[in-house]
Write a protein that binds this ligand. Structure first.
Ligand code: ISL
Ligand code: CA
Length: 581
């Protein structure tokens, strides 16, 4: 297999708003990040992925960009960014930028122009359509979407089709200037760009080139699978329990997405030595082989979401749920990806990001008794897999979900809008829904980084923009740095093992005990070397003896110090890795 630095790297994701506040306004910022680079060096990661730091009115915390070539005021200035980049490079750390080009903010100069009138030279930068007159739609639709009717010059209209936004409500925003609608798959302050327009593509590629010239090291591409919309934007079936047609399926992996990415590759990516990862909601294995092909004509790798959708709610068909995913399904799914992309593409491996709840609460056990051990257990089977690992801030401390009690504690528009739409329009019982949103909310990942046990966890001297998890006195970086058996030091060791092992990076993957509901066990092989990863992902004690081949293996890592791994027993959440030459 062709070697590459980005295959051998470990990436750390920073959500700047919640990482470190340097100037006491309650909001994390660039200087805060610069002040923590030594911490990241200590952890041993190679690459930092920054969630968006560009100018933004913050409807979706920076994923709504109003200027791609300026910095969000809350986060500092371009001079602060340049210092961060320089300082990171001096320490041997690379910086990946978040590229959000499926949509802009509605406050972006392009959109302000575009909305003015139908003749505007930027009109076609976005996706504008006329509404449907009420007599053109079925009585069912008129009833279903009664609250979305708009009136313009004495006539009544419904949006151009029945698509729903990912953040509740219709996927169409109405514009008084022309009486037409613009498409927004996300919030109404995030209008979708029209990638069919060659000028839009040129604007995006030129902007990317300017960032590359500045010296950044790569891009994480936000919902890049959605940039090519289907011909005719047809109405979609409405999933049971939902109010709107599902736009996600039909927009994912659209007709020209690979042509656009190949063009981006020719015009930008291929001119630099970058790490590129596409966030590809709705990607299948077959599609991923195209995005992340080993010919290097598109991207290095993608984030696929199948494994983090396994705990979606089967009763309602949405992500809100209080149930854990089944380990058997998880193993089978990850195995499909491990083997499916082997030698034809490249995997990214992750559980956590700024959109996902904390994995120790989601799949492990965040009680005092098992929080640390289960966090290490999950980290073990994730980091011993094939692919580029992504660590999300605080994951390396075993940070857990926030104990949300009240809607006022949420900041994320997805959670807040979903609660309102599902209780008020779909008539779900708030008492049933609230715990499900609390468990899966993106805000679980967005509470401030826990640096120490001082007020506000050392994140800020002011009132933080979102509450700190009350467990910060116990769970914080200062305490974990000082303790040899902490989750932090365990991650440090996992990362270091990968850096010293071609087997961990490039070896193949073989799942054992496929149907076991509690054990996640697999082998990796490369050039006569092998390792065995054994994890008991449950509170149950289990009997397990490693295969004969590994009996004399060396223990690379274990989450219960000094335990005899050959004794035939696995404690709750025990994990270890054996290697043989
Ligand atoms: O979080 C999700 C589901 O609950 C996803 O659907 C998520 O919205 C999707 O993966 C796209 O995410 C990305 O684009 C969004 C932004 O809000 C997310 O933070 C970002 O990761 C729009 O830019
Ligand atoms: Ca600040």
């Amino acid at each position: 297999m062709k070697k590459a630095w980005w295959k051998e790297s470990v990436v750390y994701q920073i959500y700047p708003r919640s990482f470190c506040d340097s100037n006491g306004d309650g909001i994390g910022d660039l200087n805060g990040i610069t002040s923590k680079l030594d911490y990241l060096k200590e952890l041993g990661i190679d690459v930092i992925w920054l969630s968006p730091v560009y100018r933004s009115p913050n409807d979706d915390n920076g994923y709504d960009i109003s200027d791609y070539e300026d910095i969000m005021e809350d986060f500092g200035s371009m001079a602060d960014f340049d210092r961060l980049l320089k300082s990171a490079h001096e320490k041997g750390l690379k910086i990946v930028m978040d590229l959000v080009v499926n949509h802009t903010s509605d406050e972006h100069a392009w959109f302000l122009e575009s909305r003015k009138n139908a003749e505007n030279e930027k009109r076609d930068y976005y996706i504008w359509r006329k509404g449907r007159k009420l007599n053109e739609v079925s009585p069912e639709e008129r009833k279903q979407f009664a609250s979305d009717v708009v009136e313009y010059k004495g006539e009544k209209f419904l949006p151009p089709n029945n698509w729903g936004s990912f953040f509740s409500g219709p996927a169409w925003g109405f514009s008084e200037e022309t009486g037409e609608f613009y498409l927004h798959l996300f919030s109404k302050k995030q209008p979708d760009l029209n990638w069919e327009n060659e000028r839009v593509r040129k604007e995006v590629f030129d902007m990317m080139n300017r960032w590359c010239e500045k010296g950044i090291d790569g891009f994480r591409m936000d919902v890049i699978s959605l940039i090519s919309k289907p011909e005719g934007l047809p109405n979609q079936p409405i999933p049971t329990g939902a109010i709107y047609g599902d736009a996600g399926q039909i927009c994912a992996n659209g007709p020209h997405v690979h042509a656009y990415l190949k063009e981006m590759n020719r015009k930008v990516l291929s001119h630099y030595d970058l790490i590129t990862v596409g966030e590809t909601a709705g990607v299948t294995l077959e599609e991923a082989k195209k995005y992340a092909n080993s010919d290097g004509t598109e991207l290095n790798m993608v984030f696929q979401f199948e494994h983090v959708s396994l705990d979606d709610n089967p009763k309602y068909g949405f992500k809100w749920n209080t149930e854990k995913m089944s380990l058997v399904s998880l193993k089978k799914n990850l195995t499909k990806w491990q083997n499916g992309l082997y030698e034809v593409g490249w995997n990214s491996i992750f559980f956590c990001n700024h959109d996902q709840p904390r994995i120790v609460s989601r799949l492990g056990n965040d009680s005092d008794l098992y929080r640390e051990r289960s966090a290490k257990c999950i980290a073990t089977f994730l980091h011993m897999m094939q692919g580029t690992p992504y660590v999300y801030q605080g994951e390396e401390l075993g940070m857990s979900n926030y104990p949300f009690q009240d809607l006022s504690e949420f900041r994320d528009l997805e959670s807040i809008n979903a609660f309102h739409e599902l209780t008020e329009k779909a008539h779900l019982d708030p008492a049933e829904l609230f715990p499900m949103i609390a468990f899966k909310s993106r805000d679980n990942a967005r509470t401030p980084m826990q640096w120490d046990d001082s007020e506000n966890a050392g994140f800020t001297s002011a009132t933080p923009w979102i509450k700190v998890n009350p467990n910060y006195k116990k769970v914080n970086a200062k305490e974990e740095l000082a303790r040899a058996d902490s989750v932090f030091h365990y991650y440090q060791k996992l990362i270091s093992l990968r850096h010293h092992s071609g087997l961990i990076v490039y070896g193949d993957f073989r799942l054992l005990e496929e149907e076991d509901p509690n054990l996640f066990i697999y082998e990796r092989h490369l050039d006569g070397k092998a390792l065995l990863c054994v994890c008991n992902v449950s509170e149950k004690e289990r009997e397990y003896t490693p295969p004969a081949e590994f009996q004399k293996g060396q223990v690379l890592i274990q989450n219960i110090p000094d335990r005899d791994v050959r004794a035939g027993k696995l404690a709750p959440y025990e994990a270890y890795v054996l290697a043989v030459e």
